[in-house]
Ligand binder design. Structure first.
Ligand SMILES: Nc1ncnc2c1ncn2[C@@H]1O[C@H](CSCC[C@H]([NH3+])C(=O)O)[C@@H](O)[C@H]1O
Length: 400
């Protein structure tokens, strides 16, 4: 224990630090880059200040709050509270949703402690900006999809890997098949479970807000528009497995005068499920393990697809694309994570584990990408990256 004046000094310094953070936050609140920088410093400080025992306990207790939140989502309590736009008691929430009030009180404890809801009085709750944001369809869909499929499969992954003697299994059956007692891959499973598929598609479409657009980040004009054919039948861009078309639509709106058609491809149930899409985008149902129907397009754009598949399957998809490409004209644009060999940031590192557990897929280093593309008769001609914290764009052509 230090002397009284030394203790006082420490207390004052901590209080001053807290004030400094508040003042800094006010100043950086509207400047995203500075806000992130400040957050980085605070998180870095936290990892120094938290004791190893506290870290371990935080990790051990980390699945619990997400499970409580899932209960509040599925029972309708979250939506009821957010739409009420005023505090509600556990009894009122119980009446309006048919959920037990005791259950609400117990699930709310960790969630109010985390600031996901506010506790305005005894057994009385209000929404917070976090719970309000969660009601947005992409996040509602995303949260439930991740909980239903990823979280369950992750919890099962160590047990599954133990059965393999901790070998790396680069193909199905993997953790997902083991957890769900199925031979289906995740996408086949989604087709048979339309509710989860709807959540997944909402997630993919909505996560766009947080994602880079390749054409706003790099010069689409010089990458594909300059030199593109202008005849009536020419295709400028095929968004291969583009989901419900959010990416290709954003490209079309950003470059309304670019020559050539824009095509969206995905599996038939996904194309059939599209609610709204600009009419100029051609909808082409397609399974990318079969012959690519659009030949000689200027660009085949593939985003967040290869990380869903093990190496052998990626090469199959790449070969189908290579066979449709026109030498000296077509480009394959792969917009995915390109991991550094060392020092992978936490988010893509976790995503790699996510891909393993859900899809027997993986995130890849540039060497790993290059190796797969070579097997399909393709080569990387340029790699564009903003940082290791975001996906990069690989420009790929036929090798010879
Ligand atoms: N065999 C297949 N052929 C074509 N599309 C597929 C196949 N298997 C999965 N998909 C689609 O692959 C997509 C992966 S999610 C990525 C979607 C989009 N490129 C984006 O970045 O947002 C989903 O839309 C699936 O329906």
């Amino acid at each position: 224990m230090g002397s009284i004046s030394a203790d006082y000094l420490i207390e004052t310094r901590i209080a001053n630090l807290s004030k400094d953070i508040d003042a800094l936050y006010k100043d950086v609140g509207n400047d995203e880059a500075s806000r992130k920088q400040l957050m980085g410093v605070i998180l870095g400080a936290m990892s120094k200040v938290e004791s190893p025992m506290e870290t371990i306990w935080r990790i051990i207790m980390s699945p619990h709050a997400p499970a409580a939140l899932m209960v509040m989502i599925r029972s309708g309590v979250l939506t009821a509270l957010v739409s009420a736009n005023k505090p509600m008691t556990a009894t009122e929430l119980a009446t309006s949703t048919g959920t037990s009030s005791t259950l609400i009180i117990r699930m709310m404890r960790p969630l109010t402690a985390l600031g996901i809801f506010h506790e305005t009085d005894v057994y009385t709750y209000a929404s917070s900006p976090i719970s309000e944001l969660l009601t947005a369809p992409p996040l509602m869909g995303g949260y439930q999809f991740m909980f239903d499929l990823a979280t369950r499969s992750l919890a099962n992954m160590p047990r599954y890997l133990e059965k393999t003697g901790f070998q790396h299994v680069d193909a199905a059956p993997g953790p997902f098949q083991d957890c769900n007692n199925t031979e289906d891959g995740m996408f086949q499973y989604l087709i048979k479970n339309p509710k989860i598929m709807t959540n997944f598609n909402a997630f993919m479409a909505g996560s766009l807000e947080e994602r880079l657009d390749w054409f706003n980040t790099w010069d689409a004009q010089s990458i594909i528009i300059n030199g593109a054919k202008k005849d009536h039948e020419a295709v400028l861009l095929v968004d291969v497995a583009g989901g419900e078309g959010h990416d290709v639509q954003a490209f079309g709106r950003a470059f309304p005068d670019a020559p050539g058609k824009l095509v969206l491809e995905d599996l038939p149930p996904v194309i059939d499920n599209i609610k709204a899409l600009d009419s100029k985008i051609v909808r082409q149902p397609h399974d990318f393990f079969t012959e690519q129907p659009i030949k000689g397009a200027r660009a085949y754009y593939v985003r967040n697809i290869f990380h869903d598949w093990p190496n052998e399957k990626c090469v199959e998809i790449m070969k189908q694309l290579a066979a449709a490409m026109e030498k000296g004209y077509s480009k394959l644009l792969i917009f995915e994570w390109i991991l550094p060999a060392k020092g992978v940031p936490l988010y893509p590192a976790l995503l790699d584990v996510n891909m393993l557990t859900l899809l027997n897929g993986r995130e890849r280093t540039e060497d790993e990408w290059s190796n797969l593309l070579t097997q399909a008769g393709l080569k990387i001609v340029k790699v564009r990256k903003v940082s290791d914290e975001a996906e990069g764009l690989m420009e790929v052509e036929l090798a010879d």
